[in-house]
Design a protein around this ligand. Structure first.
Ligand code: P6P
Length: 339
């Protein structure tokens, strides 16, 4: 790969960027990279392995049918994080409660991880990009297995966050609070290499991502914003383009590179929104702010929301600064907070 930097080299080179150096977070990020490579191998074979496709015959805590690959990815990230000693517990989309790491030396790990091991898994069977989303905090409890309170920290307290997108190529994109960097997997070597240094989202964009099938259930402010996106006005590059993949990681990643806004608002069936605060909205919000973008629930900054439960949901407006702010203006005018 010539002089292109590997993920491992980059992590070590940058470990002095954050105050908890001592290599703990570096080893934790490397563990996530390793698990991602293992999951990537199975995702890429999914079409060839009948026994890895389809439903696992159980529902997750959200009441959603678990795909076998969901379960596989969850097990793989648990195994990778449990064996390394830096993590004392996990909150996963696939598990009701906190996964406490009690055995071995993990029990006094200084970090907790919230994770969506395979987001967008309904797309597995149709070969559309899916992803892993992770959020890392320092524990607030003193020692022993992780506690519920360790996970009740605002998103602004995250020490690192990122995602893996299993797409036409597999990438790992993460931040430790010093910018956003993207790494592409070279499958011939089985290693990630720095391909997108210091990623920044354009302040403006021409893409809006929202499931318009829910239009009649949207708040009026969202309906008015969608109409705004569709008006012919060359001076503001409208009409925008509608792009919705149905996989947060894929829609987010495209908007991060090209500019755009992703909105999953409240709907009548999801009065608190659909996306989960701890392992979807918060990590994506940390990333987008580090890349110069904005993430809110339509009114307030995502990273300032005080969590009260592991799987709580939130509306999410995330992407290019000026696009999110425009959508918020429509919310303020047509669906004022608390009304
Ligand atoms: P809908 C996948 O289940 C997910 O959590 C996100 O990845 C995605 O953006 C959204 O839900 C899709 O939801 O209701 O539009 O199918």
């Amino acid at each position: 790969m010539g002089n292109v930097k590997s993920l491992g080299e980059f992590i070590v080179e940058r470990q002095d960027d954050f105050k908890y150096a001592k290599g703990e977070l570096s080893r934790l990020l490397s563990a996530i990279g390793l698990a991602a490579r293992v999951v990537n191998r199975e995702v890429n074979k999914a079409g060839l392995m009948e026994d890895i496709l389809g439903d696992a015959g159980a529902d997750n805590v959200q009441g959603e049918a678990q795909k076998k690959l969901d379960v596989y990815a969850n097990d793989e990230f648990i195994r990778a994080l449990k064996d390394r000693g830096e993590v004392c517990g996990l909150a996963s989309e696939e598990n009701e409660g906190v996964i406490e790491f009690k055995s071995g030396y993990s029990v006094d790990g200084q970090y907790v991880v919230a994770i969506d091991p395979l987001d967008g898994s309904s797309n597995i069977d149709v070969n559309v990009s899916i992803g892993t989303i992770f959020s890392i905090y320092r524990r607030t409890s003193k020692s022993g297995p992780a506690t519920f309170e360790d996970f009740m920290q605002k998103g602004v307290e995250q020490v690192a966050a990122g995602y893996v997108i299993y797409g036409s190529s597999t990438m790992m994109v993460y931040t430790t609070g010093n910018g956003v960097n993207g790494f592409t997997l070279d499958p011939s070597i089985g290693a990630f290499f720095l391909s997108h240094p210091d990623m920044k989202i354009p302040e403006n964009g021409k893409i809006y991502s929202i499931n318009e099938g829910n239009y009649v259930h949207f708040p009026e402010g969202v309906k008015q914003y969608i109409k705004y996106c569709q008006v012919e006005d060359p001076s503001t590059s409208r009409p925008y383009t509608s792009r919705y993949i149905g996989s947060l990681v894929a829609d987010f990643h495209r908007n991060l590179i090209k500019g755009g806004v992703y909105i999953y608002p409240t709907t009548t069936s999801s009065p608190n929104g659909k996306l989960r605060l701890l392992y979807e909205a918060n990590p994506m919000a940390f990333l987008i702010e580090q890349a110069g973008g904005v993430a809110t629930n339509g009114y307030d900054r995502i990273l300032d929301i005080q969590p009260t439960s592991l799987h709580q949901r939130t509306p999410l407006f995330v992407g290019s600064k000026n696009m999110v702010k425009k959508a918020m203006d429509f919310m303020a005018e047509h669906s004022p907070k608390g009304k």
